[in-house]
Design a protein around this ligand. Structure first.
Ligand SMILES: [N-]=[N+]=N[C@]1([C@H](N)O)O[C@H](CO)[C@@H](O)[C@H](O)[C@H]1O
Length: 806
């Protein structure tokens, strides 16, 4: 410990340049972060050296998003230094928790996809698998959400403002990334070749982040790129007095990595977004070839050294980029280059929403990346030749399968390009992968037998059990001993404890403790609190109509109506606190309307003495990884109520079950696999199944018919319509009400009755405390499958073939 204190004070004095007695919390946090990273440095350098010596095949994970969460706690856990640091700091009169709370989390992602990437690289490091995560170092991450009069207002997320001690910039390893310009063909030894004459370029500066394995001596690397101008400052123009023009190039370049696009599942076809995608993918591919591979490496063997995993379609421009590098820069002939490329990529699809599958117009692509468009055209021509060979001149099939869509505008279907080029295509939950094969890409599943597989998502137990829920972790370790954190299926051994009175007592005490802890956090944060005798009913995820926060709202309004109409005595209602957490994409008007209504319903319910102590609605703003770590361990009920066939997987659902919450949910995404593992008795299932949804769409869905035929639903919608939650002003939520009655694309009204009935079952179950506790323990015991370590084992065995290398 003395060693730690010495290091820390040295870092404070010589790193921060302050004496302990004059140091700010931020000084102390930065000094601590840098001290802790010292303890990881040897492991990092050791990992890099061993990787270079062994030349083992590794994963290059290409993702436009990484939702990392705070780093300090995870670094302390990985090094096993938490207790020493806590005591050492206490000796200096410093509280570790205060410094941990000082860290601003890097919000470099929108939701599930970004967090999944973070869980995956954590697991690969803990499993000693060589991996470099590649992405973008956005200067501004996902916006900070505030509420004004119940409406979402976005604030810029200036996460770097107070310093960023976990990153290591390496300007000397910058890559040049080109854009625009034109191509020209030329003849060489009888072969017509094409070359790209770019119009402009930027520099990509790498910032390295440690990805520490859990107590295994290994530290992998996350390399995030930041854009700067190739010539940042034009002195000649400056001396001519046009100061803004003098730095225009720099401003222009910086824009590329300035800010994360805040859309989740609805991509923005903006040019800057494509610039961002090409920027990090081109820099990453060149970096891997120039800096990870030995200088004289023969790229014919590239597939033996790396698999580029495409995290959704965002990095798919990497396919024509590798072809360009091999053909134009390394003089490979086309066919050889294509054979290499096809073995080097694999693609994970994360969605089922047609509007979420990215397409880029050939106009934009031709302007920004003219050589890449040429390459895509040739890939498509050769692919369609193969299709014709197999199926003859079936024009409809050719048009359906062409990477180039002709309507509504000639554009490149990135999911098709990824499927043609990828060695494997996977969905992220069983149902999702099946629907990908049957509904989204059936022609490709038929054309490429065996290419489509499933790898169900997972979450890292280091962050979402050990760090987020130390009380539960202690209880599990008391029962099972150590080792379960890296072998989560061992949670099965907890099953017998569901019948153990003392364990059940301690399990309930853990949940109550986490509720009190959450309440303290919310009191500090927003001045609100949680009653720990309330059933905590939690819905935290991005705001999207397919996730159906409106259905949750209709339940709350129904309960409120039951009490205020006198239909039910307040004492007969199981006291519930509803917690929402959700950001809406700034341009998603209906999502913002729903946020407004949640806050409106909350302010009326929370102020109404008739329901005081029975119903409470909380909507802490700015839901993020840090808040998730406090909310999820405190929850009793996990809301996973998307319309069947819409949520590819979900990962929050897994985190809740692993922390002892029971799920109320539809048979959608990974809910199905959770229900199958925990058992129907320990899951509140409701709602239309995916085939029933399709049948209702086909038959013609008339949402108002459900309103007409269900009195409870009728009353709930009428309460909203007549202004009960908007001071009697009927107009405020008119748009939302009309959308529900006459559009309701995601069938909230169709599933209303089944949902309300299931919620009444929840009330009955919760009143039987012993039954609820047993179910909660069985949820923990039976969901070890959802560790991201298991997901990684599946990727390694079925796609990557990158065994751990020690
Ligand atoms: N983009 N995207 N897709 C999602 C999430 N919104 O980020 O990816 C997540 C990670 O695969 C999924 O769990 C989730 O269902 C899916 O909607």
């Amino acid at each position: 410990m003395d060693g730690f204190i010495r290091e820390f004070l040295r870092e404070l004095n010589f790193g921060q340049g302050v004496a302990l007695s004059f140091s700010s919390i931020n000084d102390q946090y930065l000094a601590l972060a840098r001290t802790v990273r010292h303890y990881l440095m040897a492991r990092w350098l050791g990992t890099l050296r061993r990787q270079f010596e062994t030349q083992a095949k590794g994963v290059a994970y290409l993702s436009a998003e990484y939702l990392l969460g705070r780093q300090l706690g995870n670094a302390l856990l990985a090094t096993g230094l938490t207790d020493i640091v806590e005591e050492g700091l206490a000796k200096c009169g410093i509280d570790l928790a205060t410094l941990r709370a000082q860290e601003v989390e890097p919000g470099l992602g929108n939701g599930g996809l970004g967090r999944l990437a973070a869980c995956f690289i954590d697991s690969l490091a803990t499993m000693s698998v060589p991996c470099v995560g590649y992405g973008i170092r956005y200067e501004y991450g996902i916006f900070r959400q505030t509420f004004e009069d119940g409406r979402q207002v976005e604030q810029p997320d200036n996460w770097l403002a107070l310093g960023s001690p976990w990153e290591f910039p390496h300007p000397e390893a910058a890559q040049i990334v080109n854009f625009a310009g034109h191509t020209e063909t030329y003849e060489e030894d009888g072969t017509v070749r094409s070359r790209w004459i770019p119009g402009w370029s930027v520099q990509a500066i790498p910032y390295n982040y440690m990805v520490p394995g859990y107590q295994n001596g290994r530290v992998n690397t996350l390399r995030l790129w930041s854009a700067v101008a190739t010539n940042a400052f034009d002195l000649r123009i400056f001396n001519s007095g046009d100061y803004a023009e003098a730095v225009r190039a720099q401003t222009f370049a910086e824009n590329i990595s300035k800010v994360l696009y805040p859309e989740d599942s609805t991509p923005q076809g903006k040019e800057l977004r494509l610039q961002q995608q090409y920027f990090f993918v081109s820099a990453s591919i060149h970096d891997f070839i120039d800096n990870v591979l030995p200088a004289d490496f023969d790229l014919t063997h590239l597939p033996d050294r790396v698999i580029f995993q495409l995290n959704d379609t965002h990095p798919v421009i990497g396919v024509p980029e590798l072809m360009r590098v091999l053909v134009d820069e390394k003089d490979f002939d086309w066919d050889d280059a294509w054979e290499i490329t096809k073995k080097c990529f694999a693609y994970t699809c994360h969605t089922l929403l047609p509007e979420a599958l990215e397409v880029w117009s050939v106009d934009l692509l031709g302007r920004l990346l003219p050589r890449h468009l040429e390459i895509i055209y040739r890939i498509n021509d050769e692919f369609l030749d193969e299709v014709r060979e197999r199926f003859g001149d079936d024009e409809l099939r050719i048009r359906r399968m062409s990477i180039i869509a002709e309507h509504p505008e000639r554009s490149v279907r990135m999911a098709y390009l990824a499927t043609v080029a990828g060695s494997k295509v996977n969905g992220v939950a069983e149902l999702h992968s099946q629907l990908l094969r049957d509904k989204v890409l059936p022609d490709f599943d038929e054309f490429y037998p065996g290419k489509f597989i499933n790898v169900t998502n997972g979450v890292t137990p280091r962050r979402f059990i050990r760090l987020a829920n130390p009380a539960l972790s202690e209880l599990i370790t008391d029962a099972l001993g150590v080792g379960w954190l890296t072998d989560l299926e061992r949670l099965r051994e907890l099953e017998p404890y569901a019948e153990d009175e003392e364990f059940k007592e301690r399990f309930r005490a853990v949940k109550a403790h986490n509720k009190r802890r959450l309440s303290r956090v919310l009191v500090d944060r927003d001045g609100t609190s949680v009653d720990d005798d309330h059933l905590l009913d939690v819905m935290v995820k991005r705001l999207h109509e397919y996730k159906r926060q409106t259905l949750k709202l209709l339940h709350i309004v129904t309960l409120y109506d039951r009490i205020t109409s006198g239909e039910v005595k307040p004492a007969d209602i199981v006291p519930r606190t509803f917690i929402f957490g959700a950001k809406a994409a700034p341009g998603y008007r209906m999502a913002k309307e729903i946020i407004h209504l949640i806050n409106a319903v909350g302010s009326v319910v929370n102020a109404d003495p008739a329901v005081e102590g029975r119903l409470k609605v909380l909507f802490p703003p700015n839901y993020n990884v840090t808040l998730a770590e406090k909310v999820i361990p405190a929850a009793d009920l996990s809301e996973q109520i998307s319309l069947a066939g819409k949520e590819a997987s979900g990962t929050g659902n897994m985190k809740f079950a692993l922390n002892g919450a029971l799920t109320i949910g539809t048979d959608d995404g990974a809910n199905i696999e959770i229900r199958e593992l925990v058992g129907d008795d320990n899951f509140f299932l409701f709602g239309l199944l995916e085939p029933e949804v399709e049948a209702l769409y086909a038959k013609g869905y008339v949402p108002s018919s459900f309103y007409e035929s269900d009195e409870g639903l009728h009353r709930a919608i009428d309460m909203i319509a007549r202004g009960t939650f908007s001071g009697g002003d009927r107009g405020v939520f008119d748009g939302l009400v009309s959308n529900l009655l006459y559009d309701d694309r995601f069938m909230a009204l169709a599933d209303y009755r089944a949902y309300i009935d299931a919620q009444d079952e929840v009330d009955k179950a919760y009143l039987d405390e012993d039954r609820w506790t047993r179910s909660a323990i069985l949820n923990v015991a039976r969901t070890g499958f959802f560790s991201s370590d298991r997901s990684m084992r599946n990727y390694i065995d079925r796609i990557w073939h990158t065994p751990p290398s020690f």
